[in-house]
Design a binder for this molecule. Structure first.
Ligand SMILES: Cc1cc2nc3c(=O)[nH]c(=O)nc-3n(C[C@H](O)[C@H](O)[C@H](O)COP(=O)(O)O)c2cc1C
Length: 382
């Protein structure tokens, strides 16, 4: 059973990487996460010169909502890029894991200068960020700027042979941007960055919850997982270069879905940022359990792209879901969720039971979705 994978020629011991952000301003978080199964890291997006307006960090910069999702308007760089040159890169390299330098893709000359320095240190790849959603709203949306992407790729591909990963976010130009990056020499696409901008309002003050001008921020965490998965699946149908899936990954099941959608590896940010490095342990245990239960897959690499060809037709089932009586506690969540009065609670001495009224049921499976996972008492007959 192997958890190894690779993104082009960047080899990974597990499919799990730490994504770029505040917790990768320094290597410390990664150094804690690595023994738990995190097999490489992407630095915070580095800038050669932090513009003066970015040194005054808007506060508050984060707002956590629905427990596992986040809105952020992270703004500047807390630490100078030289910390990575002087200390950070070697600290990560000492673990034997790959280090990926994230560059802010806005200033092309700055990117080239940073690449020159980090090439001398043999970093494993550059991830170029053209997709920060709140920064896009304020300073121009690079995520949909094909002209800027062309200039960027021509400039940086010309100065380095180190792998270049382009980091994109959900948009209606996602495929066009990714294809252009591939044609101009990108070695992988990372998708997705935060999606947005989005907004949250503090109803006590009637003000935005974030401090940035305009009140917007990038949405990350569980709220974006299905969109990120869709992006990865779309990209995998179009590109020959590898895809790194990112967005809302908290569990082994999320990772497996990303791999099946076509990702060669995944990155996590909000999950470790909110839950700490041990989130990698839980995912590793889940991956190992999945492979042990499914011996037809000898490695995680065999999961990559498995969904391809299985999404081309509607798959209808008109059969109603099935209640597994011995697992059902009669909590009634499914009854609340059924808009068609198709589930009935039958009182029985000792234990209530559920019955699906077949004539009322339209097989929407809302009941399946709300049954608490720890009970798993209704199964789709799909
Ligand atoms: C506070 C914060 C700061 C971030 N900073 C960066 C950054 O500097 N560069 C970048 O490419 N992505 C940045 N991201 C985006 C993450 O790397 C990741 O793409 C996004 O959060 C989606 O993944 P997640 O749902 O696992 O968090 C940041 C995200 C957050 C929440």
């Amino acid at each position: 059973m192997s958890l190894n994978t690779q993104i082009g020629n960047v080899k990974l011991q597990t499919p799990l990487l730490l994504a770029s952000g505040y917790i990768t301003e320094t290597p410390e978080f990664f150094l804690k996460a690595q023994p738990h199964g995190c097999s490489g890291m992407v630095t915070r997006s580095l800038r050669l010169h932090v513009p003066p307006e970015r040194t005054n960090v808007p506060a508050p910069r984060y707002s956590v909502f629905d427990q596992d999702s986040m809105l952020n308007c992270e703004w500047g760089n807390e630490k100078p890029w030289t910390d990575w040159r002087d200390r950070g890169v070697n600290q990560v390299k000492d673990t034997g894991c790959p280090i990926i330098i994230s560059l802010s893709g806005r200033n092309l000359d700055d990117c080239c200068d940073l690449i020159q320095t980090f090439d001398e240190m043999n970093v494993d790849a550059y991830e170029v960020n053209v997709s920060c959603s709140h920064s896009g709203a304020l300073h121009g949306n690079l995520n949909v700027d094909l002209v800027h992407l062309q200039q960027l790729m021509e400039k940086i591909r010309g100065v380095t042979v180190t792998p270049i990963w382009i980091k994109l976010s959900y948009s209606n130009l996602l495929i066009a941007m990714a294809k252009q990056a591939e044609e101009l020499g990108a070695n992988a696409i990372v998708c997705t960055n935060s999606i947005g901008p989005g907004m949250l309002i503090d109803t006590k003050t009637a003000k935005p919850k974030l401090g940035i001008k305009g009140g917007g921020g990038g949405v990350t965490g569980k709220a974006i997982f299905p969109i990120a998965l869709w992006c990865v699946h779309q990209l995998s149908q179009t590109l020959a270069i590898p895809i790194v899936g990112c967005g809302g990954i908290f569990t082994a099941d999320n990772v497996i879905q990303m791999l099946m959608a076509g990702a060669s590896a995944v990155q996590l940010y909000t999950a470790p940022a909110l839950k700490g490095p041990s989130v990698f342990d839980q995912i590793m245990i889940g991956l190992q359990k999945f492979l042990a239960k499914n011996p037809q897959y000898a490695s995680v690499e065999e999961l990559i792209g498995l969904v391809a060809g299985r999404t081309n037709e509607h798959q209808f089932s008109s059969s109603p879901p099935v209640v597994i009586e011995k697992k059902c506690t009669g909590c009634g969540a499914c009854i609340q969720a059924c808009a068609f009065d198709a589930i009935e609670l039958i009182s029985r001495p000792g234990k209530n039971a559920l019955a699906v009224i077949k004539n009322n049921c339209i097989s929407c499976n809302a009941c399946v979705g709300v049954c608490p996972p720890k009970f798993n008492a209704i199964k789709a007959s799909f």
